[in-house]
Design a protein around this ligand. Structure first.
Ligand SMILES: Cc1cc2nc3c(=O)[nH]c(=O)nc-3n(C[C@H](O)[C@H](O)[C@H](O)COP(=O)(O)OP(=O)(O)OC[C@H]3O[C@@H](n4cnc5c(N)ncnc54)[C@H](O)[C@@H]3O)c2cc1C
Length: 400
């Protein structure tokens, strides 16, 4: 049976770190979480929990609570406004065993995970800005800018996200980010219910709305709205003011008016900047990366949090089954690399179709989606891709 570790350190209280802590504590390991903030907190607005991520939350016993706070999303839908053509149409019902995605506010996902971690009495050491590691043959020590904790650990899990100090692989800043805000779902609106809906002007403008279950700020049903923008234009858009923002949004998508009308000032919007990086698999047998610290990309395919949850589950399983520390790295790498590389590649291919400057790729998108994506085989392939299970099924990892 597996190795008995006295001590495992996990850096980062995002979905990857919190899920890892729960899985490993349940296996009987002594786990300590480290976080840079004085109070762990979520950043951002909504995200989609795909069927792949729901599987992991189910293993943690958290899916019922997540479902209570989230909104089912049955469809991803988008229209090219200059052509009036469908440019995105993915319905979860086209999977063999259909499971809708769950639109949820990041704070709700975070609250459910952190509450479970606190109930398990897993210690969280805050105000610890992770800057590197010191590794010897028999243990590993996380280094923090403040000095912080001076203990050593048997294993260290880096779940500190896209900006990890241990980043490997080439970082590519993406040319578009997005302004995000959370609003209440208007009592009356003409947006498709239970859908992530988007409007595009070629691929240089993109506006989106998705239900996020309960809006934590008001307790009412909520929606995330997003507007794609180049990072270098951030100040210009903020300085132009909220009236201008609202009118741009509504001129692309008039039906969005009751949503954007709720944004009172630019302070209610957060600009998110994305980068793409696929790190090299860990070579140390005491240091493992989960989630964005290993692989990050644009949120266009809606997979990041799901990937982090999958990493956490697979790594914990590798640790549970290992006879030696080498077994952990072999098994973790073998189980996750294919799926991660596949989705990183798909993200590189698909992101420019929806966020880029040229006209050719959006033209291909409009023609392809309009004419081919309704063919049953193509339709199923797209559904499995967005569900996060492409590649997982091939390797039989999806369920335990
Ligand atoms: C706007 C936007 C929309 C997105 N939409 C989706 C979506 O629909 N579906 C989806 O699955 N994914 C989405 N993603 C991606 C998703 O948010 C990330 O992939 C996911 O949060 C990664 O989880 P993680 O645990 O690896 O890292 P993170 O969530 O980034 O958590 C990292 C944690 O580590 C802490 N930390 C960071 N640096 C340090 C340090 N030096 N020392 C100590 N602690 C540190 C942070 O404070 C944080 O608590 C989106 C991302 C963005 C920006």
């Amino acid at each position: 049976m597996g190795l008995a570790f006295q001590n495992i350190a996990i850096v980062g209280c995002g979905p990857g770190g919190l899920a890892s802590a729960m899985f490993l504590a349940r296996q009987g390991h002594q786990v300590t979480l480290f976080e840079r903030f004085s109070e762990p907190k979520p950043l951002g607005s909504g995200l989609l929990i795909q069927p792949s991520g729901q599987d992991v939350l189910e293993s943690l016993g958290l899916l019922p609570e997540i479902k209570r706070l989230a909104s089912p999303v049955h469809q991803l839908h988008g229209i090219s406004t200059h052509k009036g053509r469908r440019a995105l149409d993915m319905q979860y019902k086209h999977a063999k065993a259909p499971v809708s995605a769950l639109g949820i506010h990041r704070a709700s996902l975070f609250d459910v995970l952190i509450e479970a971690v606190r109930l398990m009495k897993i210690p969280i050491e805050v105000n610890n800005e992770f800057i590197g590691v010191n590794e010897s043959g028999s243990d590993i020590k996380p280094l923090f800018s403040t000095g912080g904790h001076d203990g050593t650990f048997d294993l260290l899990i880096d779940a500190s996200g896209a900006r990890t100090p241990l980043a490997t692989g080439r970082i590519r800043k993406l040319s578009y980010g997005a302004f995000w805000a959370t609003v209440d779902m208007p009592a009356k609106h003409q947006i498709a219910p239970n859908a992530l809906d988007q409007r595009y002007w070629h691929a240089s403008k993109m506006a989106g709305i998705m239900p996020v279950g309960i809006n934590p700020a008001t307790g009412n049903p909520g929606a995330a709205i997003f507007w794609s923008e180049k990072p270098e234009n951030t100040d210009q858009v903020i300085n132009a003011g909220i009236e201008r923002f609202r009118s741009e949004f509504v001129s692309l998508w008039p039906e969005a008016e009751p949503f954007v009308a709720q944004i009172g000032s630019m302070d209610e919007l957060t600009m998110a900047v994305y980068e793409h990086r696929t790190g090299r698999p860990d070579t140390s047998t005491r240091l493992y990366s989960v989630g964005d610290s290993w692989h990050c990309t644009s949120p266009q395919l809606g997979q990041g949090a799901n990937m982090a949850l999958l990493d956490a589950k697979v790594l914990a399983k590798a640790i549970e089954r290992a006879e030696t520390t080498k077994d952990i790295s072999r098994s973790y790498r073998r189980s996750r690399s294919f799926h991660i590389n596949l989705y990183q590649l798909l993200s590189v291919i698909f992101t420019p179709l929806y966020q880029s400057n040229g006209r050719f790729l959006p033209f291909i998108r409009d023609v392809a989606i309009h004419n081919f994506a309704r063919l049953p085989l193509v339709r199923s392939l797209i559904t499995y891709t967005v569900s996060g299970v492409l590649g997982l099924k091939l390797f039989g990892q999806r369920r335990n």
